[in-house]
Design a binder for this molecule. Structure first.
Ligand code: ADP
Ligand code: MG
Length: 341
């Protein structure tokens, strides 16, 4: 008789909760895109499929890395004008510009000059003076980036950073590869990005844990999903402290400073992993009220939002598949709020 152990792989934001590996199961891990990734796939082709996934993620990292001067993004950022890039980079930038509009500017890939100054890509963390931030903010704005076929043009010193969207895209591409290889059951963790392929081998849904932002070795909740991405962004994920204040790696587009959000974490759940990744970052910037307004209009997207005042907002579409683990949070169904407004 097979025994199954619930294992929680604690990673950034969302976590895998899965059973022990059965015979026809492969696991692999790698460090890429600045995060630790773990993959698990079932079925006879799973070993070969996972090695293709690893190669794919390494290929995408070579295109999107902001710190590699030879990546597409590196070349765009050191150019003063048009750059000829791969069609994938051009398409992901174009998508990012669309999401910038949809989120009223909250998601913005052009904040790189500012986040670099705060030390988030260099590791030399410090609080810049407001004059420096104001000057650097003049270089930002998605209107300074244009995409025409494979040509990306930046103006006024703008620089792109796909750090808020690339892992979601990579997860989606990995899911495509697994499916092409006939894998119908897999779970991928790309840091805080979880990508489910199909269901568990026994046909039941995958259970994905959502970390407790106030106690990151514990789970606050879990959601059951099949074939979807579950992407969490949180202010607790990457931050530094100076004079008793915590500064997180998500930048507020209005101020050029690390966001001070009423959301500790935003988990976005849907079929489009690229969009889920971008929105999880955007929701932290937007805060609970604006995120809720977005979700009321875009009902194909589900979310779990954890606030600083210990509430967990859960959208209607995922409510039946949501379970609370940490009872000190109170659950607010977003649909009820919607009706009572
Ligand atoms: P993580 O990459 O840690 O999983 P996110 O998906 O929330 O977390 O992405 C954060 C990254 O996105 C930052 O490290 C930075 O590269 C980029 N970023 C920061 N602020 C913004 C923003 N307002 N819009 C888009 N990207 C951002
Ligand atoms: Mg993101």
């Amino acid at each position: 008789m097979k025994t199954k152990h619930a294992l929680a792989f604690l990673c950034a934001g969302a976590c895998l909760i899965m059973s022990a590996c059965t015979p026809e199961c492969s696991e692999s891990s790698l460090f890429a895109m600045d995060t630790y990734m773990t993959f698990k796939a079932y079925g006879e082709n799973s070993t070969e499929a996972l090695s293709q996934v690893t190669a794919e993620i390494q290929r995408l990292e070579k295109l999107f890395s902001v710190t590699d001067p030879n990546s597409d993004i590196g070349r765009i950022n050191s150019s003063l004008g048009p750059s000829d890039v791969s069609s994938e980079t051009a398409a992901l930038i174009a998508r990012s510009l669309e999401i910038n509009k949809e989120t009223n500017g909250a998601f913005d890939i052009t904040l790189y000059p500012v986040s670099k100054e705060w030390g988030f890509t260099t590791g030399s963390y410090h609080v810049p003076d407001s004059e420096t931030i104001n000057e650097l903010m003049k270089q930002t704005g998605s209107d300074k980036v244009t995409v025409s076929e494979n040509i990306v043009t930046v103006s006024d010193g703008a620089q792109a950073d796909l750090g808020g969207i690339a892992k979601g895209y990579a997860g989606q591409k990995a899911a495509e590869i697994l499916k092409e290889n006939g894998v119908t059951s897999a779970l991928l963790s790309l840091g805080g990005n979880i990508q489910a392929i199909g269901s568990k081998p026994d046909g039941t849904a995958w259970s994905v844990g959502i970390k407790d932002p106030e106690n990151t070795s514990q789970l606050a909740a879990a959601v059951s999903v099949c074939d979807k991405a579950v992407v969490t962004s949180g202010t607790y994920e990457r931050f530094f402290e100076e004079n008793g204040t915590a500064y997180c790696h998500i930048i507020d587009t209005k101020t050029g400073c690390p966001v001070q959000s009423d959301l500790l974490s935003a988990t976005v759940i849907g079929y489009d992993g690229t969009l889920c990744d971008a929105l999880s970052t955007a929701f932290i910037v937007m805060g609970q009220q604006k995120a809720e307004e977005y979700l009321n209009i875009h009902t194909d997207i589900d979310a779990v939002l954890i606030t600083t005042d210990h509430r967990i907002f859960v959208t209607n579409g995922i409510f039946g598949d949501f379970s609370l683990i940490e009872n000190s949070y109170s659950i607010i169904p977003l649909s009820t709020l919607h009706i009572s407004h």
